[in-house]
Write a protein of this length. Structure first.
Length: 304
């Protein structure tokens, strides 16, 4: 039986990550010639070219693009297997890459990371904040925090806590345009929309009635906090999570609408790549964040 050339696959993954033979060689501590030979060896075994090479640029071929994700998984699983074998003799250490939404990341994740690094000095964190749906595998993230009603996915998802959303507006807007009494009324109001979740808003009344409305309005954005200036200015209505509007609800600059209706449920999830093999440093960070955010959301629920 002929075994796969795991070294060549791992080197291929490094070249894809670092976008050049030289950078990959520096990253893994071998010569550029060793990297070049490994790629040539793998191409010969596969019978296809993996890269387009010019004097100034290195790009993946169609075959290389199709195989890059698998190579990254081979490398990640081999690293995880080695680290799991070594972890019994050492404290977890090394880099963990995390993606999180912008507002939640600034208001909650950043504080959690500060406490994590203080408690575990061997852990390094690369935290990237974006409201876009990142491709965890392709972009090399170990963990992604998402606030959503998640669709089916090949990724592994851990539901940490529910997140309450509220329909809100400024008193000045309601004075000019009236106060919606039923979700259907929102169809005639200026509503602000979240770019990554455009579609119908679903509601359920305490008495059991269900309703759906497809809102429209003058503002679409991929960040909920970006709606606040227009909301405070009395320009429309929005449906936003508690952690974005708590302060405004507290000081009266915004008021809650349709309080006897609950919005469709969303939750804070922790997403990881599909492989069950994870380095101990990633398991440590996952456990820390899961405990932190479960307690945080439970405390917020008790205070409402």
């Amino acid at each position: 039986m002929r075994l796969p050339d795991f070294e060549a696959w791992a080197i291929f993954a490094c070249v894809v990550e670092h976008h050049s033979f030289s950078a990959a060689a520096d990253a893994i501590g071998v010569s550029k010639a060793t990297v070049s030979k490994a790629i040539s060896r793998l191409e010969a075994q596969l019978g296809t070219s993996l890269f387009h090479r010019t004097s100034r640029r290195l790009t993946l071929t169609d075959s290389g693009t199709a195989l890059a994700e698998r190579a990254a998984r081979i490398l990640a699983e081999a690293q995880a297997a080695e680290e799991q074998a070594l972890d019994a003799a050492r404290a977890p250490s090394g880099l963990v890459r995390i993606a999180a939404p912008i507002t939640f990341g600034i208001s909650h994740v950043a504080d959690a990371i500060a406490d994590l690094v203080a408690a575990h000095p061997g852990i390094e964190i690369d935290l990237r904040l974006s409201d876009a749906r990142v491709d965890i595998v392709a972009e090399g993230f170990d963990i992604a925090l998402r606030i959503a009603d998640l669709p089916d996915s090949s990724l592994r998802a851990q539901r940490l806590a529910p997140v309450t959303t509220r329909v809100v507006a400024a008193p000045a807007y309601l004075a000019r345009h009236g106060t919606p009494r039923h979700p259907a009324d929102l169809a005639s109001h200026a509503c602000f929309l979240y770019a990554n979740a455009i579609g119908a808003w679903h509601f359920r009344h305490a008495g059991g009635e269900e309703a759906a409305v497809r809102p429209a309005g003058p503002l679409i954005t991929d960040n909920g906090e970006a709606m606040l200036p227009a909301l405070r200015a009395g320009l429309g209505i929005a449906r936003l999570p508690d952690f974005i509007v708590d302060r405004e609800l507290g000081d009266g600059s915004l008021v809650e609408l349709l309080s006897d209706w609950s919005s469709s449920s969303i939750a804070l999830h922790m997403m990881t790549p599909p492989s069950p093999l994870r380095p101990a440093r990633v398991e440590l960070v996952m456990a820390f964040l899961a405990d932190r955010f479960r307690r945080l959301c439970a405390s917020a629920a008790r205070s409402t």
